[in-house]
Ligand binder design. Structure first.
Ligand SMILES: Nc1ncnc2c1ncn2[C@@H]1O[C@H](COP(=O)(O)OP(=O)(O)O)[C@@H](O)[C@H]1O
Ligand SMILES: [Mg+2]
Length: 257
């Protein structure tokens, strides 16, 4: 099997203010194939964000090795885009200018082409007509749609997403997840999605990795054999297999009552 992201024997610890070493993840090994969508779920504090920070090159590896496209990760890679939980749009830029920003930074298109790509993506997330609005005049759900459009703007090979939809209300979340899936199903980036939301993981991913409570270790991996293209809305209401996966993954999660 071809590998896009390879995580080998990854362990990490933080040093507490008192000087104690606190282990956050232990011996994580995982291969993600090109175009594969993998979700990692686990209880709060089990080291999910730590894994993503290390894969993105933002945090140095304590122990183990990460490769992207067969090359060892050293520092931040240009192949990937990181989408955080908060939309983190720049308030002084319009929606369109926010979506264009990663393209400007990479200097890969002419200004006219950048504008076209931004308009196309804003249409794809249902924001036609809002290009020249500033983020402050949009709802939280709309801002997160702009963030989805921006995530795709440079056609990155790899998307790293840390709880990207967690701050949205339940209905808006489903709408934005479906918009996201629609674009992804055309572009098929390799995705590593971190979430505490089991429904989100099953609805979106090809494989769901379950981590134990801290220090996070891989407890189980579930193949999600649901047809694509998918619709989160349809899965939630009309797919009996969906419930079966939710149940199996919940059984594996160390949820504290
Ligand atoms: N900079 C840091 N210094 C010390 N401990 C940290 C730091 N960042 C995170 N931790 C601890 O590491 C553990 C894992 O954190 P994190 O990766 O954010 O978990 P998750 O994303 O699964 O909620 C947590 O228990 C947290 O308290
Ligand atoms: Mg986190």
């Amino acid at each position: 099997m071809q590998t896009e992201i390879e995580i080998r024997g990854l362990s990490h610890h933080f040093v507490s203010p008192g000087g104690k070493s606190v282990s956050t993840i232990e011996d994580i090994s995982l291969n993600v194939a090109p175009g594969e969508f993998v979700a990692i779920v686990g209880p709060s504090g089990c080291g999910k964000s730590t894994i993503l920070n290390i894969v993105s090159g933002l945090l140095a590896v304590s122990e183990g090795e990460i490769s992207i496209g067969g090359k060892k990760v050293q520092g931040v890679s240009k192949e990937l885009v990181y989408m955080p939980a908060r939309d983190s749009l720049f308030p002084w830029r319009t929606c369109k200018k926010n979506v264009e920003l990663p393209l400007e930074l990479q200097g890969i298109l002419t200004p006219a082409e950048r504008g076209e790509r931004a308009e196309m993506l804003l249409n794809a997330v249902g924001l036609n007509g809002f290009s020249d609005y500033f983020p402050s005049s949009l709802s939280h759900g709309m801002r997160q749609r702009v963030a989805v459009a921006r995530t795709f703007s440079t056609s990155p090979r790899i998307l790293l997403m840390d709880e990207p939809f967690s701050a949205l209300d339940a209905q808006t979340k489903i709408v934005v997840q479906d918009l996201f899936l629609k674009i992804w199903e055309e572009e098929k980036q390799t995705v590593l999605l971190i979430t505490h939301d089991v429904m989100e993981a099953v609805a979106l991913a090809d494989r769901v990795v379950v981590l134990s409570a801290r220090p996070g270790k891989i407890k189980s991996i579930h193949n999600i054999d649901l047809d694509r293209p998918r619709s989160v809305r349809k899965l939630l209401f009309d797919e009996p297999k969906f419930q079966k996966y939710l149940h199996a993954i919940w059984e594996d999660l160390d949820v504290q009552e």
